[in-house]
Design a protein around this ligand. Structure first.
Ligand SMILES: Cc1cc2nc3c(=O)[nH]c(=O)nc-3n(C[C@H](O)[C@H](O)[C@H](O)COP(=O)(O)OP(=O)(O)OC[C@H]3O[C@@H](n4cnc5c(N)ncnc54)[C@H](O)[C@@H]3O)c2cc1C
Length: 414
């Protein structure tokens, strides 16, 4: 049984030279067969494995990761969590995710450092103000918290904001938005899943599928073939590569998305700020680094590195909005490979191969969706039916034309 983390345990281990901690999860060897297999040890795969066990009582489950847990986008993102979407389907899904984040530290007995510090979206011209009004109304109609403020109030609330060329005319605040520690989210789900009996298997790459008469029967991996007639894929930027091994062609394209952090400084920014016009979004981590996000490269790629033009553009935006930050030095820069769908809405559910399910299409914004994405993929795998929150997110929409174009509607990177 996994020992609970608590203040008492901290005290006890402090007196015991930290010798009594056990590993957070069991590093399992693959068995020959499982009731269900989840491919991908990012947040979505781990959450799926956890909810398969927790919500549906499946314990004979394997989570297979080719590298290390959280080594994909989950450990590379800028950790912003929000639910400021336009369409009701998106708002309901992402707000459910925020709600799961709100109780996650307690539910999983793991401090994910969720800080609901709010997120501001700024408008710099009258069209931008109009868009914010529409977003605020849509969010409220969808039951999501949204406060619209004029420019003077925004500058009062974010004193470091001092733009010279782009006046701030308005700001839309989602007070419940915030940030969380990304790798803690992966580790929390891994620990929770392992405690419920899930085999967490790292360094095991899926190289192919066993398929008979349209039914999936197992996966071929770098550590042998593992049988199961219920398999879920949650491999983000590698979705089209892994799906192709099952003969599927997905409407997903992979791009590098990059971010960087400054050297750590004392607390100076207590919220998340997004300025779409200048391509800037940033927050301050608990370590003190300014976490600065940039956009997608303009070409498809699997190269895990950023490009100078985007860094330059993002840095220029930050300096324009926050001149005081111009004296900070860069500390680190990195990229992740994200899975972009042309209507900027995720795909969750059954594939054309019986027993093979998928969770992908998160693009630049799937960290905030981890709890809900895992919850809904687990539901689909366990019941064979889409969860009500994800009914509009199946592959079927590419056949019927029922696309949900959130990138255009909410006007923000997805
Ligand atoms: C720079 C950057 C900033 C971002 N900022 C935000 C943000 O602020 N807010 C937000 O909500 N989202 C953000 N995102 C997006 C978010 O990180 C992703 O959408 C999310 O982490 C996807 O999670 P995942 O579990 O689907 O994928 P991943 O975490 O990428 O996990 C997929 C896993 O599958 C494994 N895998 C791949 N192929 C195989 C195989 N053949 N066999 C076995 N395993 C395999 C990989 O090794 C990987 O660990 C950002 C992304 C990046 C790159």
């Amino acid at each position: 049984m996994t020992r609970a983390y608590s203040a008492l345990a901290l005290l006890r281990e402090g007196l015991n030279a930290q010798r009594g901690w056990e590993p957070a999860w069991r590093d399992a060897e693959p068995k020959r067969a499982y009731d269900a297999i989840v491919i991908g040890g990012g947040g979505h795969g781990l959450a799926t494995a956890y909810y398969l066990a927790k919500n549906h009582g499946l314990a004979n489950v394997a989570l297979i990761e080719r590298g290390w847990l959280g080594g994909g986008n989950t450990g590379r993102n800028t950790t912003v969590i929000r639910s400021n979407y336009f369409f009701p389907e998106s708002a309901a899904f992402y707000d459910f995710s925020v709600k799961l984040y709100e109780t996650m530290s307690r539910d999983l007995n793991y401090n994910i450092m969720f800080s609901q510090r709010g997120m501001w979206m700024l408008a710099h011209d009258r069209h931008g103000v109009e868009m914010l009004r529409r977003s605020a109304n849509a969010m409220r109609l969808n039951g999501v918290d949204a406060d619209l403020h004029d420019g003077a109030e925004v500058l009062r609330r974010i004193p470091q904001l001092a733009p010279t060329r782009f006046p701030v005319l308005a700001g839309l605040l989602q007070p419940r938005a915030g940030t969380a520690r990304h790798d803690a989210v992966a580790w929390a789900y891994a620990r929770g899943a392992s405690a419920l009996g899930v085999d967490v298997i790292q360094n095991c790459e899926v190289t192919g599928f066993e398929i008979e008469s349209g039914h999936v029967k197992g996966v071929k991996t770098s550590r042998g073939t593992i049988a199961s007639d219920c398999i879920g894929m949650a491999v983000a930027g590698h979705s089209s590569v892994v799906a192709a091994k099952a003969g599927l062609k997905l409407p997903v394209q992979s791009y590098a998305l990059q971010a960087f952090v400054s050297e750590p400084v004392k607390p100076c920014l207590d919220t998340v700020v997004l300025s779409p016009a200048t391509g800037t979004y940033l927050s301050q981590s608990d370590k003190g680094e300014l976490v600065i996000g940039a956009g997608l490269d303009l070409y498809l790629s699997y190269a895990l590195r950023g490009s100078l033009p985007w860094m330059e553009r993002a840095a220029a935006g930050v300096v324009e909005m926050f001149p005081a930050f111009s004296r900070l030095r860069f500390l680190r820069q990195w990229a992740g490979i994200v899975d972009v769908v042309h209507d900027s809405t995720p795909i969750i559910g059954q594939t054309p191969i019986d027993g093979l399910y998928i969770n992908c299409g998160w693009g630049t914004g799937g960290f905030k969706a981890i709890p809900a994405g895992g919850w809904c993929l687990a539901h689909a795998m366990a019941t064979g039916k889409p969860h009500t929150l994800a009914e509009a997110f199946t592959l079927e929409r590419f056949r019927t034309g029922g696309l949900i174009d959130e990138a255009s509607a909410s006007g923000i990177a997805h």
